[in-house]
Ligand binder design. Structure first.
Ligand SMILES: Cc1cc2nc3c(=O)[nH]c(=O)nc-3n(C[C@H](O)[C@H](O)[C@H](O)COP(=O)(O)OP(=O)(O)OC[C@H]3O[C@@H](n4cnc5c(N)ncnc54)[C@H](O)[C@@H]3O)c2cc1C
Length: 474
């Protein structure tokens, strides 16, 4: 696999340093290499063909009326299962997880290249065994579940037989967990959960939930919260209502986003995942990966929009010439291509950095916290790239572009969702700014270090001293 880089890269602190990209000095020179191994390119070619021939037709056949998460839909499953088997035979199943869990452990760069192709279809992640939130939930269960829980939930999840939900957001608080109130108190061998959760995706199709709850209200929420496993049919778990995305998206028979009420829901003590108080540490692992995977798939979606734009402007004529011959349109094509190139490089570089943290930390999952700034950068860029490119593609199609006979309006209304789900853009920008600023120091004195008169004065003094020295040595 290519994608190696010179040692001088932009470090986590935002300034050029000689590092391996993870804040560690390496000193060893490596070539930049963007080539893809021929064996893996063959896999990518297979995926590309398979997507066109078998997976994309599922989106057209079901037209959003059946959710890929609905494992109880026999028609859909009878079509999906043979495709999943082909993916497994190609050794492309659940590539986000390590071989110990039945995945390939290909690493994030290969995953990024795969996900670019998968981003063309809403069914693809299920066909390839890497659909969120099941992918992240499986990782949590693998590391923190008991043997019994693994047998009951993890194995069928990895086998694509059941779906799951991740539930953290509350009706009164999403981006700021300091306002979370849903609590679990210990009662003998059980935890008793009380409170509400909001926008728990796919709950109505899920077998179980992983829920973030406060287990110690006497310490800050980031230290007093824990993750807990809750069966979807637990006594006292009430579905207040199922919310769907607006604008005609997901209004059909999809899993929706549940408003849930926990009325003293009791679960066994060992349903606690990881240590008590480690909820946010666990969340970081799953959300970090999830955010960058959305970015990878969005590269594919933006590419698809650009493909549609180019085809249309080469086909449609107005005022005596093709749209492609008009300068305004040419600039849109160029702007879109440049934006997509920049975004793709950003996503792939972030994927590469995550892979590097595996090497340096020895943790096969990678250390997402070390590359938080880069993951946040991908998260912030994703909706903007989609909104811009999809909008241009839609606009050049005129009335057809906004109609229900093209996928563009659906793609465009879906783009802002990327700026909210998994945390809003502003919060991720805060993260980036804080990390970038850590690499700088305030400057004492009235004038900044770049102040020209001050620098001229210093340069003059320096050069005059040198001249005196040179003349003295003549
Ligand atoms: C499609 C979709 C699926 C989702 N699935 C799940 C799921 O499965 N499980 C789950 O737990 N949650 C899920 N969510 C919820 C998601 O995580 C939250 O919507 C997100 O964290 C934002 O929280 P909020 O909606 O409460 O918005 P708020 O926290 O109320 O924020 C609203 C707005 O306030 C502004 N804002 C917030 N913070 C700042 C700041 N620091 N500075 C400046 N402005 C700020 C931003 O403009 C932001 O968009 C999903 C959301 C969507 C859209």
């Amino acid at each position: 696999m290519g994608w190696r880089t010179e040692p001088t890269v932009v470090s986590d602190a935002g300034r050029d340093r000689s590092t391996d990209g993870c804040g560690e000095e390496t000193g060893s020179a490596m070539p930049i290499d963007f080539e893809i191994e021929p064996e893996f390119q063959e896999k990518l070619d297979w995926i590309d063909e398979f997507m066109k021939a078998e997976v994309e037709p599922l989106d057209l056949y079901f037209r959003g009326e059946v959710s890929p998460f609905d494992k109880g839909n026999e028609l859909a499953q009878s079509l999906v299962r043979p495709l999943q088997r082909q993916v497994q035979e190609q050794e492309l199943w659940a590539c986000h997880i390590g071989p110990e869990l039945g995945g390939r452990g290909y690493g994030q760069v290969k995953l990024a290249l795969m996900n670019e192709l998968l981003g063309r279809s809403s069914w693809a992640p299920s066909v390839f065994g890497c659909q969120a939130p099941d992918s992240g939930n499986a990782e949590i269960l693998a590391h923190y579940g008991t043997d019994e829980q693994k047998a009951k939930y993890l194995q069928p999840l990895l086998d694509g037989e059941i779906s799951s939900t991740y539930s953290m957001t509350e009706p009164q608080a999403g981006s700021d967990p300091n306002y979370f109130t849903c609590q679990a108190r210990r009662d003998g061998d059980e935890w008793v959960i009380t409170g509400e959760k909001w926008f728990a995706s796919n709950y109505s199709l899920a077998e179980f939930l992983i829920v973030m709850v406060i287990t110690n209200a006497d310490v800050p929420v980031y230290k007093g919260s824990s993750m807990m496993l809750v069966p979807s049919d637990a006594d006292g778990l009430e579905l207040v209502r199922n919310v769907h995305l607006g604008g005609g998206r997901g209004g059909g028979d999809d899993g929706g986003h549940a408003y849930l009420r926990f009325n003293d829901v009791r679960v066994p003590a060992d349903n606690l995942l990881g240590d008590e108080g480690s909820g946010f540490k666990i969340a970081q692992t799953r959300l970090g990966g999830g955010r960058v995977h959305h970015g990878m798939r969005s590269v594919g979606m933006a590419q698809r929009a650009l493909d549609m734009m180019c085809e249309r402007v080469l086909s449609r004529e107005t005022k005596g010439s093709l749209l492609a011959d008009k300068q305004a349109i040419q600039h849109w094509v160029a702007d879109s291509w440049i934006q997509l190139q920049q975004f793709r490089l950003q996503v792939l570089y972030t994927a590469w950095l995550i892979d590097q943290t595996k090497r340096s930390s020895g943790d096969p999952r990678g250390d997402y916290a070390k590359v938080r700034q880069h993951i946040a950068g991908v998260k912030v860029a994703t909706p903007k790239v989609l909104i811009d490119i999809v909008y241009r593609a839609l606009h050049v199609h005129g009335s057809l572009g906004v109609s229900n006979e093209m996928p563009l309006i659906g793609m465009w209304t879906g783009a802002p969702v990327m700026g909210i789900a998994d945390g809003p853009t502003e919060v991720h920008k805060d993260t980036i700014a804080k990390t970038v600023l850590k690499g700088y120091e305030p400057h004492d004195g009235l004038w900044p270090t770049a102040h020209i008169p001050t620098r001229v004065e210093a340069a003059r003094a320096h050069i005059e001293a040198r001249l005196e020295h040179e003349i003295a040595n003549l």
